[in-house]
Structure formats: C-alpha cells, structure tokens
Write a protein of this length. Structure first.
Lengths: 388, 337, 388, 337
C-alpha cells in the first residue's frame, strides 16, 4: 500500500493552503455565522481558480483535477473551516446536467454554476419523507408542453440565495415508489413558489419551499419521465467524490487547544495541563486521523473509478459520530464559558465551542442518519439480512 | 422505606404541575428565550408561596424541607421552566441558616428579591453566576468567607447555549456574612443542595425528552412503518430511559441524605449531579437524533431540551473537576509508601 | 419518598455483616475459583440461620424475613463477593413447589432444599433456544403412569453437584409454543441422564445435560400438563425478589483501589494518584450507587407485593453493562499485571482483575441478554410497537 | 497513492495465509493454550524464512520492509497465531540497526534464536516481557542505555488472560549495546514498530472476530428468524466493523510513516495502537455478546479473540499512560502565562 500523494497533489495542497490564507478571511468566516452557510465572494474566488470546473469529471468536459486533488482541496478547506456547501452543490449539479441533462440545461445552467454566479438548492426531502426519500409526494403533472407542480419540500438549504432547485417529484403514483419519480431543475423565481425560512438550533438557516401550481416547460426536466431514481443515483455518485463532512472536528480542536492554553481552571492551573483534558484531546486527534484514513480511501477509490457506497457510509458515520462526541467533551472541558455565544464576554473562543455543540447533532442526521448508515453497512458490507 | 410520593407530596406535585402547565408552557418558555427568565411566571410563583416554601417558618418561609423543593425541581426540569427556583432556594436557605434575622429575608422569602450563588469558590476577580442576570442578592465564597453582593442588578446577561440568565459579577464590595469553618460548611452544603436539586431537575428534563421522542416515534412513519418499530431506535430509547430511571433514584437518595444531614450527603449530591448530567444529555440527544432533521429545527421542542441538558449543569464548570473533587472525598490521595 | 430502611432491616444488615465476617473465609472465596460457583459449607451455614426458609414468602409457610430484609442480605453478600447462586435457586424452587407443587414434591424436596442439603439446577435453555426459551424441544411423553423424556439442556449450571433439575419439556408440539410446555423436577440420578461439563472463558463451569429415555413417575410433574408456562412465570416471580446481579462491581472496585494504592506506574507515581484513574474509579462508584437505587426500588416494590417486570430488566441491564465497562477500565489501568491469573507472580490482586474481565461478558447474556432487556423496556415501559 | 496490496504483496499474503491456515489453525491455537507458544509452528515459520524476512540482507535477512511485516501481522491477528512474530521482528531489527555484526544476528535471522523486548523503559528491578517465556535474547532500555539479556531462557511463564508467553525478567547482567541519543532513538523506533505492527494485528483480529459473529448471526435462529435480521444486532456489528475499517487505514498509515522515517511515525504508531486496541476489543466483545451464552463457552472460538483483544495490547501497560505520552508529543505542556 502506498499512502503518499502524487507530487501534483502535494503541490496543489500548497496552492490551496495559500488560497485559504489569502481568501478565507475572518470576514468570510464571520459571514457564515449569520445562518447562511455560503459566502458568494469566497465561492466565486474558488470558481475563478477554475476549481469548480476542475472538479467536473474530464469525460464530461470538465476536469483537469484528479479525484485525489479534489480530496486534498476539500480536506484543506474543511480543516480551515471554510464554507463549502455551495461548492459541493455546484459541482454535483453541473456534473449531473453534463451527463444526463438536455442542451437547454447544459447551456443555461452549467456555465453560470461553474463560474460561481448561480447556485442550485437540493429539493429531495419532504415533510413526510426524510430518510425514506423515494417516498416523495410532490406531484408533477404533464399538461400539454408544460408541467404543473404542487407540493412541499423541507431542508431546501440555501434556497433563499439560490436561483434553482433540483426538484424530486412524483409523476406516477401507481407504480412502486422508486419507479414513479421525475427530476426537474426549477427556477426559484417561477410563479407559485414560496420560500419560508426554517431556523435551526445550530447556526444554520434552512428553508421549506412550497410549490403551488408552478408551471414550467419540459426543457427543465432532467432525465426520463419516471426515471428520476437514475438522476438521484447520478447525483449520489458525483457527491461521493466531493462531499465534505470528513473533517468537522479540527476547527473545534484547534480552537479548544488555543483556549485551554490561555485559560485557567478554578484551581489556577491551565486547562491544557489537566491530564484528563489531555487524554480527551488525544482521543479527538486520533479520531481525526481515522477520518483522514477514511477520506483518503474514498479519494483513492474515486481515483480508480470505483463506485463506492458503503465506504462513504462508514466515513460519514465515523466522522459525524466522533464529532458529536468531541463537541460534548470540549464544551464540558471549557466549563461555563463554553456556553457563551460568539462575541459574548470576551471569551476567547467560547462562542465557537458553543456553536459546534449546537451544530454537531445535525451532522449525524443530514445526508443519511447514522441509523441509515448502519443499516447500509450491515446489509452492504456484512451481508446481514434486510430488516426493513 | 417508601419510594413513592406520599399523598401530601402528590398534592404538592399536582399544584405545581398546574402552575407550570399554565405559567411555563412551552410557548411561554419560547417567549422567554431572549432573557431566559419569565418575570410574569416568577410573579405568579411568588403568589403560590413557592420561593420561600423551603425556608424556616421563623424566617417567613413555608417550613418545607428539601424533599418538597425536589418535587418542584423535577417539574422545573420537565417544563424547562425559565425561573431561577433552584438558585433562589439554595441561596435563601444558606442566608437563613447563617442569620435568621437577615434584613433581606422577608423579601427573599416572598420572592420579591431573588437570590443566587456562585457555584465555585471565587478565584478570579469576576465570576459567571447562574441567574446572575436576574438575581438581586448573590452569594460567593472567597478565602474562607461567605460574601453577599447586595445590589447585583447591574450585570448584563451573557447570551448562551441554553438561554440561561447568566451574568458575570464582581464580588468586590460584598458583605461578609460568615467566615471560617462555619462558612466553609454552609457554603458546601448550599452547593450540594444546588447539585442535588439540579440532578432532580435534569432527571425531569431527561424523562420529558424521552417522552417527546417516544411520542414522535409512535407517530412518524418512514419506509411504511412507524419508526418506533425499528429495534435500533427502541434500543436507544431503552438505554436512555434506563439511565434516567437510575438518575431518578440516585438524585432522590441524594436529596434524602442532605435532608437528613447524613454523612454521605455531599458525596451523593455530587454523584447524582454528575450522573444526571450525562443521563439528561444522553436522553435529549437520543430523542433529538430520532427526530431526524426536525429535531434540529427550532420549531420542534426537543432542541430546547438538548441545549438545556448541557447548559444547566455546565453552570458549575467542567464536570471533570467535579469528578476529581468527589475522588478526593472517597479515595486516598497518595499511595502507600 | 423515604429511603431509610426499617430498623429491623438495619439490624439484620449488621447480622449479615457479622455472618459474612465469620463464615465467608478466604477458603470459601477460593473454593469458588475452581469453576463451581457454590460452596456447600457456606450454603448450609446460611440455611442454618434459617435464611433460606426465611426468604420463602410467609403465605407459603416460609417467612419471617421481609422483602427488604432479603434485599439487604443479598446486597451484603454480593458486596462481599460471596457465592450465592445456590441460595437463589433453593429459595425459588422451594417457593414454586410450595405454591404449585404436589404433596410428593413438597415433602421430598422442600425440607432438604431449605436445610441446604440438596440443590436443584435450572433446566430451561437448550442448544437451539436461548433467549427464546419457550421454543424448548426436549420431549416428555406420557406412557401409562410414567413420563419418558428425551432431549438436551444447555447451561444447567451446578447440575454436577445438584440432585435435581427443574426441567422444561414440550408435551404438545401441535399448539403455539408457550402452550405445549410442561415442567418436571427430575432426579439427576435417574437412568438415562448424562451430565457433561461446559467450560467457559470465565471461571465458571456449567453443564450440558442429556436425557435419553429418562423415565419418571407423574409425581415429579409440577403444574398442569401443558401448563408449564405458568410454572415459568411463577419461577420468574420468585426470582425477582431474590435474584442477585445488582452488585457485581464492588468487589472489583475494592480490589483495584487496594492495588492502585500499593503499585507504581512506570514513572514511579502510585496508580491511585493518576487523575484519569481517579475519574474512572469515581464513575464506577457512581454506577454502583445507581445500582443501589435500582436494587432498593425493586426491594420496595417486592415489599409492596407489586409484580414488577421491566424494573428488573432495567436493574439487570444497568448493573451488567456498567460492570462490563468497569472490568475493561480496571484491567487497563492495572497494566500488564492486570492480565495475570490468580496466584501468579505475587501480583497483589492481579488475578482478581483478570477474573472479572473474563467473567463480566456473561453477565450481559445470562438471565436475559441486554438486547432482550432493551426490547422489554422499549415495549413494556415506553409502549413502543413490538418488532419481533 | 495506492491503497490495495500490490500483486507482489498479494502473493506474500497468500503464502503466509496458507502457512497460518496449516500451522496456526484454530485447533493448533487451542492446543497451545497452556504455553501460548507453538514451537512446531515456529519451526515451520523458520523454514519459510519468516523470522528474518524484514532484516537487512547484509545481516542474513530477507531485506523486506515493515510493510511486508505488516502483511504477516494482519494474518497473525486473524489467526490469533501463537508465535512471537511481532516481538521477534522489532527486536531483531533493533539489534541489526545498532550492530550489523552482532554475533547473534545469523541465528536471529533464521529464527533459531528468538528475540523480544521490554516495552517500557526499565524502572523496577524486574519487568514482565512479552514473549519473555520463549525468547532467547531480550532487549531493555534503562537509564539511556539499551541492554540485551543473552541467556533469557530461565524465566517461568506467567499464566494470564490471553494465554500469552509472558515472563518476568531481571535485566541485571545484561550487555549494553547502545547509549545516549542513539539508544533513545532506536529504542523508541523499535517500540513504535511494535505498536504499529500490533495495531495491524489487532485490526486483523477484530475483523475476524466480526466475521465469526456475523457468520453465527446468519445461522442462528431465535423467535423464528435469523438473529442477524434484528436491527439492534445489525447496528452493533455495523459500528464495530466501521471502527475496524478505521483502524485498518490508520495502522496502515502508521506502518507507511515508520517505513519512510516520516516525522509523524512515532505519533501515528501510538495513535494507531490505541485506536486498534479499542476497536479490536469492541469487535470481539460485540461478537461475543451476539453469540449469547455460547460466546462464553470455551468450545466456541470468539472467546479466544476476546481475551487476546485485551491481552495483546495490554502487554505495553496501561493505555492511559500512552495517551499521556502522545499528548506530550503534540500538545504544549503548560499554559501561556
């Protein structure tokens, strides 16, 4: 086995680090605290470097960046705590459109997505279908050359700043649930769409989107009628190479170490000197190294063109569950000051610790709950009999 | 040995259950999220005699004991009520124990004045105090002395994870009300009472968090079945409620030990506090997880419980230090040379 | 709530402590290390005090000891690490016979059981029915006035020193599984019985027992034909008040504290001085206090005549799972010497720590696995829908 | 970057898989339970050239690197093989690194002599040594010097949890073979190699333990269904195998870092060792639990894995001290005054 990165990936890592040092300013980081986990300026700087287009597979006309380089980029951006959700969505949607979209979508959407001018929001989940995404009820009915869409989506995060939504609809209710789905890319300024904020316990703002007799032309359909599950699989395929979530903990660990070095406990000793604290920091650092192994492995598989699935579930499960554990450890060890909101009371990094504690629980839920991941691992890797 | 509430205690519980149901409904909790304190609810609590209930009658109180306070603390946890009942009870009992003639006691007994205390001996020049943003009298312990700050109304609240009315206070210029062994004894006793009542409240909070999650799991369908029928989810809830039951018994024993002035009161209070802190967070986090995305949405109640499950006990500081303190009560500090 | 024990229970606690100081000698403790978790001499001393008969409910003609006194006795015996499995079996079987047995069984068995002269082994489990005990396949067929028994039982612990086995058999294979069961108390010297040792990873020796055309008279039947499930329920009912398992950890914790006080780590400091070690000891002590709360609660319920079920499951789940965790913590903190067998290399208590590490895993299995306990809690206490 | 075995590595793996399958079958493991050492298997291993495989050719070795040793260590774990491969490899590599002309090296390279090392710097007068009951040469580190005991055959084995051939040795009268920074460097490197190879072996052990449990869960019926269809059991196995996969990647990275003499080799080896220790025990304990009572029976294999999952790594001593050592490699020891 060879764990070394190819030289061009190492060079690229340096380039990304320099990019981060230059563009990931405090202002960018702070802008993400308002609840919108996207920063247009930073996003467009990434686009300007050609990294969005670079991430699109070369056989689709993008390219220039290997799967391993992409992994390096996403690792560095996560270690620095950069907002990258918009980046992931742009790359996934551009790739899916280039593979399976019509010319209208290719022309209208792809250039603007890859230049960082426009954003798409994912519209999969509904109030009654969370983990069971294929149970979507939002209806699309053909009416002449038009489609009429009625329904509701939940967790259409970034919809309030995006221009489009990648919408999963039901076009045939009379067949098994996976077989009656169709995807559209719907302009969010279409008549009949309403976007309502969904505020969360974490810092994120998400959205519920409502579709009331929304009329769009057939050119906005992507993939075959009733062939939506193919699009879903393609989107998941492209997400595999680019999805973040492997390194949620390092910004928290770094912040805590800084805090623990500067802050004394009630007995006057520095927090960093406490052996119990030190063991927990090491345990957290070990978990991060484990995440690194998982992340490099999926990058390697992607670079080999392997369609991996359960490996992604394991990565996601381990990274999010360990992060949730860390977020509890660190807020405890920070003491009462760990509770403070960002900017309160000069607590050096108190607000960051609180923010992670409130954010962490969602990471074991979105993008596939830990329970779903464990099901997939039990069935897919261990071959245990299906229970549901 | 009788491990249920007595008929009298059941009556007290019913009264305060009605009180919290009306004055600390989840809508009222939400409407107090900015300040962490519902002044109207406190005013109504004053009218019930709640604030002074557990003060000696000679001080204008109701003469009830800590066991009665625990009944209220359990409900406080269930309702995540935004009133500083626990801090007020322990701080006023401390003042009453040291000085039955304290001039503030009549107003503390009615609840016109609110009292609280710093939960660690003071080392820094200032200290973050629970209920520090709403208390009129704040007790601290420094250098073997118990100090009271008498005009404590000037501190600005610090916004925080659990929407608690905490604030940072300086203790300069406070009045010394006890010193020496006596001060040490009574400060520690008050702190243990806070821990034991907090353990009870966290247990109530955790039990309600499980209730919320179980109710959701009995209503929510995914993959064509109730999610509550998935064994993975069942086992998570079963472990959570087992810890909450354990926490219930342990915190109840701690209250009883403090009430009886038993030797083990301080130990059991610390142990109950530490165990309840973990059990409550586990219960709330488990329940939140099984809500899926909705658990994270402000609109759903379980997140209120998750944040308080951590915020309430963390007012005492890093629990790791509390484990060391308990270790020092039990264990030899050195090897046998 | 009132957690104080009645004065007679406190007095009885002192009596039990004195009894233990006198009779639980090192020899008795050491005799249990050979794999037989029973000591006849100690068992008979308990019987001589009248505590076996005392534990039988007074309405059955036993009595004198309240449920709370029984709990006090069992607590103290466990805290001291005394062998009490035989005691539990004797009390349960005597109670069941007195409630539901015929005169033959009452006369033959009960006096000798309560005087500590004879022992019965439980014969419920079979190779193919562990958690699913009602699936028993051992056949009993009526042949005139006799029964002919064929089959096999697993985990007939103590059968090699016992005189009888309380045997669960299938008498009707054509009805739902709970409805075709019948119980017998079978003399182990009957022809056709073979007892084979089952050695375990822990120190315990158990047995597999084989029944090959074993013929016994109908006077050995207990309960109705096909009414075996009622006997099972009665046995479980009496076990509730008397079953141990709430305090497996204290002997281990005591041994470890003693070891940690006398032993230095490689850096020369005493193990007891290490803050990480101290936190873990406190966590273990807290778990023991939690077990105490559970145990006192079930004692209280028994004293009120409440038929509790799920409370017992919670007690068992918490006590055994926390014990398993402690056994891992303490062997780790004892370092390499924690691995040593009893008596090896003068390691002060090394062998005890190893023994607990090897014993602990079975406690989350026997008497209802943790998984079964969680099922019962989810269904019985939380009202979640049945899954199996 | 290539995260599979190369064709050459696959061949090596196949060869040793056959070797272990024949010479360290589970029956052979069981028949060596008393001594923890199968002398016949070692003799056959000598015939394969395994003992000296990873020594420099100039010392009579095979010239292979640590990556190759890791392939064998993984299988050693899977088969819980009763031969002291890991100890022998790291101790002989240490001797070869310090003194290519060491008189013992030819016999160490063939495996006629067996070497091992004490895993903590010597402080007490005697030390329990892994493979100490079967090793002919034992290395220790004391007061800045590396010592070799040359006639180590006299120590009696200590019976233990994992049936390991450990024994207590005195290091008095040993020969000093290095001192100063050089000694410190090479001792630490050997210790890190032991940790990394042990991490690999524990990962192999844990993976096999899960295999055993999953196979059982696919055969065992209770309540009319395969127990492997219970979600509670599925989730336990899924978590266990996820940690084993993580351990696999981390231990493989540690091996690579040591192989390349990368700065982070010592850190990664320590981290991989600690993580693998927990992952392997969790895997074995999970698998044992889902066997029900049979898991506890000597007759079933999973208990062999459970005991070794704890015993193998514990030869290094309390892992808590290792966490502190790693902390000291990463973290400042004091606050910023």
């Amino acid at each position: 086995m060879d764990w070394s990165f190819p030289p061009e990936a190492e060079e690229f890592r340096n380039e990304v680090k320099e990019f981060i040092a230059e563009h990931l300013t405090d202002d960018v980081i702070n802008s993400t605290h308002d609840g919108t986990i996207h920063n247009w300026e930073f996003h467009q700087k990434i686009a300007e470097r050609g990294w969005l287009g670079g991430a699109v597979p070369s056989e689709l006309g993008g390219g220039g960046k290997s799967a391993i380089e992409m992994a390096v980029m996403i690792e560095e951006l996560q270690l620095a705590g950069a907002p990258i959700d918009g980046m992931g969505v742009a790359i996934v949607v551009a790739s899916v459109v280039l593979e399976l979209g019509n010319d209208h979508l290719k022309e209208t959407l792809v250039p603007k997505l890859l230049s960082g001018e426009t954003l798409v929001s994912f519209g999969y989940t509904e109030p009654d279908s969370g983990s069971d995404v294929a149970a979507a009820q939002t209806r699309a009915v053909k009416n002449g050359s038009e489609w009429i869409i009625n329904g509701q989506k939940m967790w259409t995060t970034m919809a309030h700043i995006a221009d489009y939504v990648l919408l999963l609809t039901r076009t045939n209710p009379d067949v098994p649930k996976h077989k009656g789905l169709t995807f559209f890319i719907v302009p969010l300024d279409a008549e009949g769409i309403e976007i309502q904020p969904v505020h969360t316990m974490g810092t994120e703002r998400s959205n519920a989107t409502f579709y009331d007799d929304v009329r769009i032309g057939d050119e906005w359909r992507i993939g075959d009628i009733d062939g939506g599950w193919e699009i879903m699989k393609a989107a998941l395929k492209y997400e595999r190479g680019i999805a973040g979530g492997q390194f949620p903990s390092p910004p928290l660990i770094d912040a805590f170490i800084d805090y623990a070095q500067k802050t004394t406990a009630p007995d006057g000793s520095y927090i960093i000197e406490n052996p119990v604290v030190r063991e927990r920091i090491v345990r957290s650092l070990i978990d991060v190294e484990v995440c690194r192994g998982f992340a490099y492995n999926t990058a390697f598989l992607a670079s080999e063109g392997v369609m991996f699935g359960v490996e992604g579930s394991m990565t996601k499960l381990f990274a999010s569950e360990s992060y949730k554990k860390h977020s509890k450890w660190f807020i405890d060890m920070a003491g009462v000051e760990g509770l403070l909101y960002l900017g309160e009371d000069d607590a050096p990094v108190g607000g960051v610790i609180d923010e992670h504690f409130r954010h962490a629980p969602v990471t074991t839920i979105y993008g596939g709950t830990s329970e779903i991941s464990r099901n997939l691992i039990a069935e897919g890797l261990l071959g245990l009999p299906r229970t549901r | 040995m009788y491990l249920r509430l007595s008929p009298d205690e059941e009556s007290i519980k019913d009264i305060f259950d009605s009180f919290f149901d009306t004055e600390c409904s989840i809508e009222r909790v939400r409407s107090s999220e900015d300040s962490g304190f519902d002044a109207d609810a406190w005013q109504r609590f004053v009218e019930t005699g709640g604030p002074g209930m557990c003060l000696p009658e000679i001080c204008g109180g109701g003469g009830a004991d800590l066991t009665t306070a625990a009944i209220v603390a359990d409900l406080l946890g269930r309702y995540v009520a935004p009133i500083p009942f626990i801090e007020h009870v322990v701080a006023t009992r401390l003042i009453a124990s040291l000085d039955q003639n304290n001039a503030d006691l009549p107003q503390l007994a009615t609840g016109e004045l609110i009292a609280s205390m710093a939960l660690q001996p003071l080392s820094e020049s200032t200290e973050i105090v629970p209920a520090g943003a709403v208390a009129n009298r704040i007790i601290g312990f420094r250098g073997g002395e118990i100090i009271v700050i008498e005009n404590a109304n000037n501190a600005s609240p610090l916004r925080n994870t659990a929407n608690l009315p905490i604030a940072r206070h300086s203790f300069d210029g406070g009045t010394v009300i006890a010193s020496g062994d006596k001060a040490r004894y009574w400060y520690q006793k008050a702190r243990s009472e806070w821990q034991a009542l907090m353990a009870v409240a966290l247990t109530g909070l955790g039990r309600k968090a499980v209730d919320i999650g179980v109710t959701y799991a009995k209503e929510r369908y995914q993959f064509g079945v109730l999610i509550g029928s998935f064994q993975g989810i069942q086992h998570g809830f079963a472990s959570a409620i087992t810890n909450i039951e354990g926490s219930h018994f342990l915190s109840s024993r701690a209250i009883a030990a403090l009430q009886e002035n038993a030797n083990r009161g301080e130990q059991l209070a610390g142990m109950a506090f530490l165990f309840a802190s973990e059990a409550a967070l586990n219960a709330a986090a488990t329940s939140l997880q099984y809500h899926g995305g909705y658990g994270f949405a402000e609109e759903y109640d379980v997140q209120l419980y998750y944040r308080r499950a951590k915020g309430w006990p963390l007012q005492l500081g890093d629990p790791g230090l509390e484990y060391q303190r308990i270790a020092n009560l039990y264990l030899p500090k050195e090897g046998v040379h």
